[in-house]
Design a protein around this ligand. Sequence first.
Ligand code: PLP
Length: 401
Amino acid sequence: MSIFNVSSVIKNIKTSASIAIRAKTVELNKQGENVISFATGEPDFDTPENIKKAAKHAIEIGFTKYTAVDGIVDLRKAICHKLKIDNNLVYSANEIIVSNGAKQALYNTLRTICNPGDHVIVPTPCWVTYPEQIKLTGAIPIFTYGNESNNFKLTVNELKKKITKKTRGMIINSPSNPAGAVYSKRDLEELSEFALEKNMWIISDEIYEKLVYHNKKHISIASISPEIKNLVITINGLSKSYAMTGWRVGYAAGAKEIIKSMKKLQGHTTANINSITQKAAIEALTGPQDFIDLMLTEYYSRKNKMLEYFNSLERVSCNNPDGAFYVFPNVSKLYGAKYEKGILVNDFDIANYLLEYAHIAVVPGSSYYCPGYIRLSYATSMENIEKGLERMSIALQNLVF
Ligand code: PLP
């Protein structure tokens, strides 16, 4: 066997589709094509000045050494305060662990609760990382299939079809990526009841919590009842709310025993997150919050622009997302369309066609286990949105049905 053969676990992991699209976009741009990207899930706003200033101050005072593995206590206290004020959740600092983004918080969680062969329920369409992280732990992602009519939210009916003795937990993501679904109190009560009955974990990814429209309210499932709180690990972070993707700060909140085990794991992998980021994160959570409203207002008008466009097309329809910064139009009626190089037979073909002929980058729904759709992020300027949609119109007009 070649020394270069990687482990079977790693062989089994997929590369993120949006990373592949980004690479193709960079390649086309190098050739001078000026591709507009709707593929990345990253705020186009700059991190607010007060947060940057706190980081600069941390450097100036020499706050540049190792910290506690689970984060400095002032940051964990700031997170507890945020969870109380925003989410009606009471946690103490030893029930919080700060990690390198929600991504690491999620991985720590799965690694801590799953044994090889366990089942973890993943409602689709889902963020691409969930199934891969589950596989990394040796557990098995079990997909449920959402319905467009309720914006793909997980329901107890779907859960009942997939539950087995091996089911260890479920992931829920509200507001969701890619569909932008926001779970109501009733939705969460139903899922909680089921989880309590089956004694299973709920991993609640709330990273898009601050991006909610239409007077909907984000509710943390852990706040539904004290009983369910014991079975929930809440995952959140600052990437999307404070335009801090590159800073890498996320956290998990949950039962003390679980957090302690996650700390053990993190102690041997990354240890603490960047010390400077931790000071900046305290400022983000405790400083002025008006940045979020400004960002939200802008996202809201961009969302409406995209929605109006997609719903004006003859063969495309699009749900109105209540949260996050994506639209997820149904493009399945474009299947069978002819163009000069062949026929569009699936959402990959449509994404490739748009990249090549409209010079816009979108992600095929199949990447989120939901064929027939494409995902567009509106975390890009209104100017780009207008230009991109104009190009898309021309490309669609050139298709023959
Ligand atoms: N959860 C979801 C649903 C996401 O879409 C993303 C990023 O795209 C993350 C978590 C990761 O966030 P972080 O930057 O905090 O790792």
